[in-house]
Design a protein around this ligand. Structure first.
Ligand SMILES: Cc1ncc(COP(=O)(O)O)c(C=O)c1O
Length: 417
């Protein structure tokens, strides 16, 4: 019998794209657009730290040193799957870093390394969220997390914020209102340091007030400390986790912004019972061992030097963007945040200026930004259309100035300024 593989009529190259999955997709799958790779000439839409600060040589050197000093050990680690919590050396280093930088102490068994902090957030969200659960978050908040929350059915409600982040009184009132309607928030997600997108930092006083509320209403806090290393001005505030070791705080952070997102290394720590539940959703083993060895080797000798190098660069970039906003937007009725770190300036135009609907055209004309509605916690599209997140970290000082000048010109051309 002639095999179909040999049949001259059967030509797989003619069949590309003809197989249909239409009836095969799982119920929970969704058609997800692939990440666009397009960059505007002035790209303020990204969420990257300053690319020129990536310590490539240092990371390679650290890897080489680790291999040279104990090649058998490193090779053995590479040859096996990493344990679920991730490389022990990087966990031990991270535990020490948390003591020094964030003022709280956990054991290396209470800390899990993850494939970026996005994975950590996803694991915790899956461990805590049933469809319909109410989750509170800053009314403008990082969409990577709200996307994950929605995927697992959370009903996200935005909490009122001002320049100093979540307003504790507003938070408590919201919980009371929910309670009187027979509802109860399951947990609070917050980015207390250099918030994404608004750039705000919660004071210690507010953190303490929010912790009191959390205890009063039995509501855990999912603390996302992704930007804590990126401070060039003012005082770092104590982590929620440093102010409370009852287990009500879940602490998540990342090496993405300190070093590079491409390394894909984040981490989290929480109470052991929640950790076990969260890890039950983890597919496969701990994160990339190669990256873990390089990060640990580099940071144990260079953390302060590295921070001292990149934070002034960030500051100069932030200043150039803020100065340009001052110069080109000062009579427009717009206001913008004055970050002390992180990567973002939050621009708020007058209420009737719909800068969300012109975003694509402005992008094609040379300036990229992320429009406010993308960050609305409740996804209602009610409050963000006159707002935008501008990343100051990625482009150069010069391009930040030029790009903001062009943005003002384009806003005028589109009649929103
Ligand atoms: C607030 C916040 N949390 C978490 C992440 C996820 O970062 P990663 O998965 O690279 O650690 C980001 C990325 O932009 C972020 O802005």
């Amino acid at each position: 019998m002639k095999s179909k593989w040999l049949d001259s009529d059967w030509n797989p190259t003619n069949m590309v794209g003809t197989f249909s999955y239409d009836k095969l997709f799982s119920r929970d799958s969704a058609d997800t657009p692939l990440n666009p790779v397009a960059h505007a000439k002035y790209d303020f839409a990204v969420a990257y730290p300053a690319p020129e600060t990536l310590p490539m040589d240092g990371l390679i050197q650290a890897l080489q040193t680790a291999v040279d000093s104990n090649s058998e050990k490193v090779l053995a680690e590479m040859a096996y799957y990493p344990q679920q919590l991730g490389a022990i050396e990087l966990r031990e280093y991270t535990v020490q870093k948390l003591v020094t930088d964030r003022g709280f102490s956990v054991t290396s068994e209470e800390l899990a390394l993850t494939n970026g902090s996005g994975e950590a957030l996803g694991l915790v969200i899956q461990a805590l969220t049933n469809p319909g659960d109410i989750v509170l978050a800053e009314e403008f908040v990082y969409m990577g997390t709200t996307n994950q929350l929605r995927r697992f059915g959370a009903d996200i409600r935005g909490v009122a914020i001002d320049d100093g982040g979540i307003i504790p009184e507003a938070l408590e009132k919201q919980i009371i209102d929910l309670n009187s309607a027979g509802d109860k928030p399951k947990y609070l997600y917050t980015i207390p340091e250099h918030q994404n997108p608004t750039g705000s930092t919660l004071s210690e006083q507010r953190r303490r007030a929010i912790l009191d509320i959390a205890h009063k209403y039995g509501m855990p806090i999912l603390e996302d400390d992704c930007y804590v290393d990126l401070r060039y001005k003012g005082e770092t505030q104590p982590a929620f986790r440093a102010l409370d070791d009852s287990g009500i705080v879940v602490y998540v952070a990342s090496y993405s912004k300190l070093l590079a997102p491409g390394l894909r290394l984040g981490y989290f720590t929480c109470s052991p019972d929640l950790m076990r539940r969260a890890l039950s959703f983890k597919i496969g083993s701990g994160p990339n061992q190669f990256a873990a060895v390089a990060i640990e080797g580099f940071l144990k000798n260079n953390l302060d030097l590295h921070r001292d190098n990149f934070n002034p660069i960030l500051e100069a970039k932030c200043n150039s963007m803020v100065d340009a906003l001052e110069e080109h937007f000062h009579n427009s009725g717009a206001v913008w945040s004055a970050p002390q770190g992180g990567c973002y300036v939050w621009l708020t135009m007058p209420e009737d200026a719909d800068i969300a609907s012109i975003r694509d055209e402005v992008f094609d004309q040379g300036v990229g930004y992320v429009a406010g509605p993308n960050f609305e916690a409740d996804g209602s599209g009610r409050i963000g259309k006159n707002c935008a997140r501008l990343c100051f970290a990625f482009e150069s000082v010069e391009k930040n100035s030029e790009g903001i000048a062009l943005l003002a010109q384009l806003f005028k051309q589109h009649g929103v300024m």
